[in-house]
Structures are given as C-alpha cells and as structure tokens.
Design a protein around this ligand. Structure first.
Ligand SMILES: N[C@@H](CCC(=O)N[C@@H](CS)C(=O)NCC(=O)O)C(=O)O
Length: 233
C-alpha cells in the first residue's frame, strides 16, 4: 500500500467508527425495579428518545455493562461517543433534545426537592427498607426522617394534582419512583398516614399508561443478542 493511502486509511477508520456510533441508537442499561432506572426511562419516554434497552441483573452484571458504566450502576446511557452514568443527567439529556410535555418548565424549588430526595430522603429510605444492613441506625428514627420529606411533598402538592400545578414536571417524575419505593416498604402503614395529596399523587402516577409503558418486563440482555427498542411505539 502507498504511504498516502495508509495515511488516508488511518484518518478514515476513526471517522467511520464515529459515524457508525452516531448512527446507532443509544444503549440504555437498565434494571426494571431500580428507581433511578425508572426515572431515566420516564425521561426518555417523555422525550420520545429511542434507545436500545438492555435489562440486566444486578447480581450478574454483563462484562459489556461493566465496560460501559464507569460506576457499574444502572441506569447508564451509552451514546457510543460518551456515557451518561447518572439518572438525573439522563433525564436532562433526553429532555434537552425534546421536551413536548414541558417537564423542564419548572420552578427552581423543583431542583431543591430532587436534591433532597436523592440525598437525605434516599438515605433514610434505605435505612428503613434495609434496616438489617444498618445496625447502627434505628429503623423508626429513619422512617420518621423519611416521613418529614413526604409531609413536605404533601404540603407542596396541596390542592393540586402534581408538585407544581395541574401537570407533572421534572421533579414529579424524578421523585415519584422513590416515594413508590418508600410506600412499598409497608403499604398498610403508608396508607394510614395523613398524606392525602401524596397518596393521590402516587396512585395517579401508578395508574397512568406511561408508568405501565416504562415498567414493561424484558428478559435479561444476552451478549449474543440485541436489546429492546424503547420506548415502544
Ligand atoms: N447515582 C446513580 C445511582 C444509581 C444506583 O445506585 N443504582 C443501583 C440500583 S437501584 C445500582 O445499580 N446499584 C449497583 C448494585 O447494586 O450493584 C444514578 O442516579 O443513576
């Protein structure tokens, strides 16, 4: 081969590889019941951003997933040229492309609520749900801490249907999977709490077709096969 041809080939191979990567749908590594993965799927579904969904088992993570996800946690959105490893960033990425439901049109308090959900609330939720893993914590105390956040959400919703009025916003979809997880620890206890606004908010979320669409069951991805087109049309 002539030297000039070799140089050309050297330049074209990465470019071709880049173009090929850009033409493939992004891969979403997901786990159905993970609240972080649920919020990522909610963001992608609202944006109508097509991805290849690869369901994994957390106890048996495929090597390809480990290679794609820097933190080895789900969700991870692999764009070919870069990876988005944080669920909230996946929502923001998807909605920056297309936001037909105006989820990003939200007061700044929404971001503060998401941060409180991901920080102190999730910590108290885990110490309530997996109390035996945290022998140094008291389950009742942690449940009371988590409840303070739920009471705050209840006051925020008030007489509205969602956190900021008649339509869901980013904060609703980012927080609801975690409130659902908390409610499912002890559903009878949760139903007996004085949080009518949160209870109807959660019921409306669980009854919506969008929720059914993002909770569809998929068999775990196999290295020999393809994932599933998501969202399904
Ligand atoms: N900060 C991450 C957290 C994601 C996360 O912790 N996911 C859990 C599942 S719900 C996970 O993958 N854990 C790893 C494991 O269990 O091995 C995000 O927002 O995406």
């Amino acid at each position: 081969m002539q030297k000039s041809h070799a140089v050309l080939l050297f330049a074209l191979v990465p470019a071709a590889r880049y173009l090929w990567a850009m033409s493939q749908p992004p891969v979403l590594w997901s786990f159905r019941r993970c609240p972080y993965a649920m919020r990522a799927r909610l963001g992608l579904a609202s944006a109508g951003l097509s991805v290849e969904l690869r369901e994994i088992l957390l106890r048996d993570k495929p090597a390809a997933f480990r290679a794609a996800s820097p933190s080895a946690t789900v969700p991870c959105l692999d764009l070919g040229t870069r990876q988005i490893d944080e669920s909230l960033d996946i929502m923001l990425y998807a909605l920056a492309q297309h936001d037909p439901e105006a989820l990003l049109d939200m007061p700044a308090e929404g971001h503060a609520l998401i941060a409180e959900c991901d920080g102190p609330f999730k910590q108290a939720l885990d110490r309530t749900k997996y109390a035996t893993r945290y022998p140094e914590s008291n389950m009742e105390t942690e449940r009371t801490r988590a409840s303070a956040f739920i009471a705050k959400l209840d006051a925020q919703i008030g007489a509205e249907s969602w956190l900021f009025g008649p339509q869901p916003k980013l904060a609703d979809l980012a927080i609801l999977p975690f409130v659902r997880q908390f409610a499912h620890i002890d559903q009878a206890w949760f139903a007996a709490q004085p949080w009518p606004a949160v209870q109807s908010w959660l019921s409306a979320f669980k009854a919506a077709p969008r929720f059914a669409a993002i909770m569809q069951k998929y068999p775990p991805w196999q290295p020999s096969g393809a994932g599933h087109p998501f969202p399904e049309s």
